[in-house]
Write a protein that binds this ligand. Structure first.
Ligand code: GP9
Ligand code: MN
Length: 694
């Protein structure tokens, strides 16, 4: 009896399952039958977007990135949902129109990627000099099959449409259709997709999305359609920002510069390096606190230590970056302006006028170049290096990038420098005077490829004598395995690369008539707790010392913020022991670099916001984009509205208020210059003569 019951229930279960399955099949079939145009629209456009990723970023996790697939499906279904508002016979026009539009996005990006290894941006349209380049690119590239493959989508669509007409499809579904219901159901479905998508986003995804400069990353995570919409917004925003308030902005600009001299003040450093070749190193994430640091007697940065000892070392130098990190540093170093309040100057305001160091040196007969073995479009450098006045930008395409020479983001610094020496040698042979910027890359967060940095222990080794009088070495983990520890290994590598570069230049005689300038672009954003471990390590517990311990060195939020200093060094081969070999302790910011170098090399830009440190000396103040500021006496945190005294000198409230006003004024003037393009002679007719804006 039990067996009969069992067999019967098994039979019934199977029958129900089959019935359900049939119902499901029936439902799918019915859905497909009634929504064939919509389904076709969604599939073709999602496949196109996936194909684009496949052709551009040939790695399986990129083109099959499910986050991007969900995002693309969301966009296409959301757009497609409104197709239901049209009568079935008119719906084709709507879908076809959008299909052509989406296909165009994929095709343009496909062509653009082949040439620039990056995705297209609407803002490029405003950069007229690029239209020609891209136009040529399209023509030369038009025959590539991979760029045409996307056309299959709208063509297929037309074929489906013709077949549906023949089958009298549109009339048939006209009778059944509840158009609004279908639309709301589809919107509901795309809403679910959106929620799923949003839930998968990490804070890194969101931050990269808002900055929009790492285009490959954004396309990989958000899909091409959202990327392009975001690009439209970020491109249009600066235009909107600059539509209102021009007169007020111009007045604040004129007022600010009215009492500034048209010529530079002179001092003991004026023109001392005039006519010298200049090599500038943009040292990625290099911080001042590594200088002089040792582990088990070994220097973390022996070469940097040497440069700082032999050269002119500015030991209280701050970078002034905002969300534009590397690019903000380049902006401020070159133009003595501060980052913009929203967006980034390099990405959002690349069509503005800038007075960069290279532009000014070109007027003195210099040949100017920049070198960075990464994609030229990273941080929109292709456009901006031209704007800043570099005659030539050597980017990834100019370097041989073998797989074995890649660390982190790209070509290793050692290999980059090695290949760059050859290029500088050629430049030196062709040009009488030259100025070049080299942007390092390997010492970039997350500092995780420690096996590639070479041997450098950040543990603690202690050697003692045992009872028998033999040496015994005890090893404690100390900074091993921490992010800061990995940073030290990485910076040790970067330092060695610098050492090899200097030796390479010297071998070719390229240091003989040159000065070498190095700036750290920004801090490495390392955890504060790691610094606490560095300064307060308790080897007996392998942990941080107790706060009550007498030797405990508090590394509080102020220390952390002040500890974000970066090195600024001017060095030349035989500088050691000369009058130039000195440490300058006055606070200094990235915006003081151009005026200081200008005084030494013989150029002047009235519209600098920083100062020549040898003129302003101890009266200098460094303004940060978040409204904080520091001078020799105080570090002021504007978010906390609190300060840390840095000297014994008394501090008055008036002094603090005056500095706060100065900070706000400077940030406003800087932002206005960029947003309203106030250095453009054609737009700002009152601009004084003598300033040749590009
Ligand atoms: C990109 C490199 C790093 O080419 O300069 O930029 P960052 O992430 O430091 O801004
Ligand atoms: Mn950087």
């Amino acid at each position: 009896m039990k067996i009969v019951k069992y067999v019967f229930s098994k039979f019934m279960n199977n029958t129900i399952k089959k019935a359900k399955q049939m119902k499901k099949d029936h439902f799918i079939r019915e859905y497909l039958k009634n929504n064939i145009l919509f389904v076709c629209f969604v599939l073709t456009n999602v496949i196109n977007a996936t194909l684009l990723r496949f052709f551009c970023m040939r790695s399986i996790e990129n083109y099959l990135s499910w986050k991007a697939i969900i995002a693309d499906t969301f966009v296409v279904t959301a757009v497609g949902a409104f197709g239901y508002l049209f009568k079935p016979k008119n719906r084709f026009i709507y879908y076809f129109g959008f299909s052509v539009f989406f296909t165009a996005i994929c095709m343009i990006n496909s062509v653009y990627y082949t040439f620039y290894t990056s995705f297209a941006s609407i803002s490029m349209i405003s950069l007229t000099q690029y239209i020609g380049d891209v136009g040529d690119a399209v023509v030369e590239n038009v025959l590539q099959l991979k760029d045409l493959i996307y056309v299959i989508a709208p063509l297929l669509f037309v074929l489906v449409h013709i077949r549906l007409i023949k089958k009298n499809y549109y009339k048939r579904i006209e009778l059944k259709a509840d158009r609004k219901k279908s639309m709301f159901k589809t919107i509901g479905f795309s809403g679910v997709l959106l929620i799923i998508f949003l839930m998968t986003l990490s804070s890194l995804d969101i931050s990269r999305f808002t900055k929009q400069w790492n285009k490959e990353y954004v396309v990989m995570r958000f899909g091409i359609y959202i990327y392009q919409a975001n690009d439209l917004i970020t491109s249009v925003q600066p235009k909107i920002n600059s539509m209102f308030g021009y007169d007020k902005a111009k007045k604040s600009f004129t007022d600010y510069f009215s009492d500034k001299s048209d010529t530079a003040a002179t001092n003991e450093m004026t023109n001392v390096f005039e006519g010298k070749n200049v090599i500038v190193i943009h040292a990625e994430s290099m911080m001042t606190n590594v200088i002089g640091l040792t582990f088990n007697g070994e220097e973390v940065t022996p070469n940097l230590n040497r440069l700082s000892k032999e050269g002119m070392y500015f030991s209280n130098f701050y970078s002034q970056v905002s969300v534009g990190t590397s690019s903000d540093s380049e902006l401020t170093y070159n133009t003595s302006l501060l980052p913009t309040k929203s967006g980034t100057a390099f990405v959002s305001y690349s069509d503005r006028t800038y007075i960069g160091i290279p532009t000014l040196l070109k007027k003195k007969g210099y040949y100017t170049f920049s070198m960075h073995a990464n994609n030229a479009d990273f941080w929109n450098r292709r456009a901006m290096h031209n704007k800043l006045g570099y005659d030539r930008f050597y980017s990834k395409a100019d370097y041989e990038v073998l797989k074995e020479n890649v660390i982190g983001l790209g070509l290793s610094d050692k290999e980059f420098f090695h290949q760059s020496v050859e290029k500088i040698k050629e430049i030196n042979a062709e040009h009488e005077k030259w100025y070049g910027l080299l942007i390092m890359l390997t010492n970039h967060t997350p500092f995780s490829e420690t096996e590639k940095y070479g041997e450098f222990d950040v543990d603690l080794k202690e050697t003692t004598l045992n009872e028998q009088g033999e040496e015994v070495t005890e090893t404690y983990p100390y900074m091993e395995g921490t992010k800061l520890g990995n940073y030290f290994k990485s910076i040790h590598y970067a330092d060695a690369a610098l050492g090899e570069f200097i030796a390479g230049l010297d071998e070719e005689g390229l240091l003989d008539n040159s000065i070498f300038v190095l700036y750290g672009d920004h801090d490495a954003r390392l955890p504060r707790k790691d610094y606490n471990r560095l300064y307060n390590y308790d080897k007996s517990t392998d942990d941080i010392l107790d706060k009550d311990y007498p030797d405990y060195k508090e590394y509080d939020s102020y220390q952390y913020e002040l500890g974000r200093k970066v090195p600024f060094i001017i060095w030349s081969k035989n500088m050691a022991g000369t009058k130039y070999n000195m440490e300058i302790k006055n606070v200094m910011g990235m915006y003081d670099a151009a005026p200081t170098l200008g005084n030494m090399l013989g150029f002047y830009n009235k519209y600098s916001l920083g100062h020549d440190i040898f003129t302003i000396k101890e009266n200098n103040i460094v303004v940060f984009p978040n409204g904080n500021w520091v001078n020799n006496k105080i570090y002021y945190n504007s978010q906390k509205e609190a300060y840390l005294p840095l000297s014994e000198e008394p501090i008055s409230e008036e002094e603090i208020n005056a500095n706060m006003d100065y900070t706000n004024r400077l940030l406003d003037v800087s932002n206005n210059i960029i947003v309203f393009d106030l250095l453009n002679k054609d737009k700002n007719k009152d601009l004084e003569s003598g300033v040749d804006s590009k």
